[in-house]
Write a protein that binds this ligand. Structure first.
Ligand SMILES: [Zn+2]
Length: 298
């Protein structure tokens, strides 16, 4: 069973991995902590971009010789393939890691991944440690593997005129882009959410021609490397995605400031699309933001 120190380190590894949201796709956001024999952290790292060092390599580089005999705490099963970088399980074995604690098994490894190789090399491996909590960061990447489409979030502004796009210049919209891979605008154009954040030539983003169905657009963006997609536009642009059941999260922004008012008529619905339920609320600078999910996903 994972020790208290290992579980605590896993939570830190999960937090570190979130720094890769919006930059690692199509790779997963992963974090790694190395614990020395006394339980002290001797190195840590996360994966930032495809083609750059994986989380384990970053943590090993930070630890240097202190990695020998250490325990590696990793949010996702160490990889076992020679890609642009050497397989992490070999780096861990070569560094003299004694034990590995893993949250989520990589579904693409089919049991032939790093865990099997680490065990073969005599490393003590424990899996499934805080696997549920690790979903907070890895959840969208894992869902992408299952659904072959990105996780889709639609932020919108509710005004007296209707359900409109959240203005791109707001701090709230900037923050959302920082955590996303791409934005699909109402006219079908596709842009990297933060230009240059994934590195050159990593994402293949193609504008979606008129007549493309929501499912086709989502699949094409997934194939282009997008794992977290923001829908730009108001109700008209989002409706095909809502109708197809492809919206995973909605973020409703209500202007904050009228303690007594009578909303104008003309809204398609008062706050959330039909079938969506509230999962959280927060007051931001100028708005109240209400987060919603399809009831079936809760
Ligand atoms: Zn790796």
């Amino acid at each position: 069973m994972a020790s208290f120190a290992e579980a605590a380190a896993m939570r830190r590894a999960i937090a570190l991995s979130a720094a890769g949201l919006g930059t690692t796709s199509p790779n997963p956001p992963v974090g790694c902590i190395l614990l020395g024999p006394s339980g002290r952290i001797v190195g840590e790292g996360y994966h930032e971009r495809k083609g750059e060092a994986h989380a384990e390599a970053q943590a090993l580089a930070a630890a240097g010789p202190l990695a020998a005999g250490a325990t590696a705490v990793v949010t996702l099963e160490p990889c076992n393939h020679q890609g642009r970088t050497p397989p992490c399980r070999q780096l861990l074995i070569d560094a003299g890691i004694r034990r590995a604690v893993v949250a989520v098994i990589d579904p693409t490894s089919r049991g032939e991944g790093g865990v099997a190789e680490l065990r073969r090399a005599g490393v003590d491996v424990e899996t499934g440690v805080l696997a549920g909590e690790a979903q907070a960061v890895l959840g969208d990447w894992l869902a992408g593997l299952r659904n072959r489409r990105p996780a889709i979030t639609w932020p919108y502004l509710i005004t007296g005129r209707g359900v409109e796009a959240l203005p791109a210049a707001t701090g709230e919209a900037q923050l959302l882009r920082l955590n996303a891979d791409a934005v699909l605008a109402a006219d079908g154009t596709v842009r990297e959410a933060v230009p240059g954040s994934h590195g050159k030539g990593i994402l293949a983003l193609e504008d979606q021609p008129p007549g493309t169905s929501a499912a086709e657009a989502a699949a094409a963006l997934y194939d282009g490397g997008v794992r977290r997609l923001l829908l730009g536009g108001g109700h008209g642009a989002a409706a095909p995605f809502l109708d197809a059941g492809l919206v995973d999260r909605v973020l409703a922004f209500l202007p904050n400031g009228n303690a007594s008012s009578r909303p104008a008529a003309g809204l398609p619905w008062p706050l959330l699309p039909p079938g969506f339920v509230i999962t959280g609320t927060v007051r931001t600078g100028s708005f109240v933001r209400v987060d919603g999910q399809p009831e079936a996903l809760r």
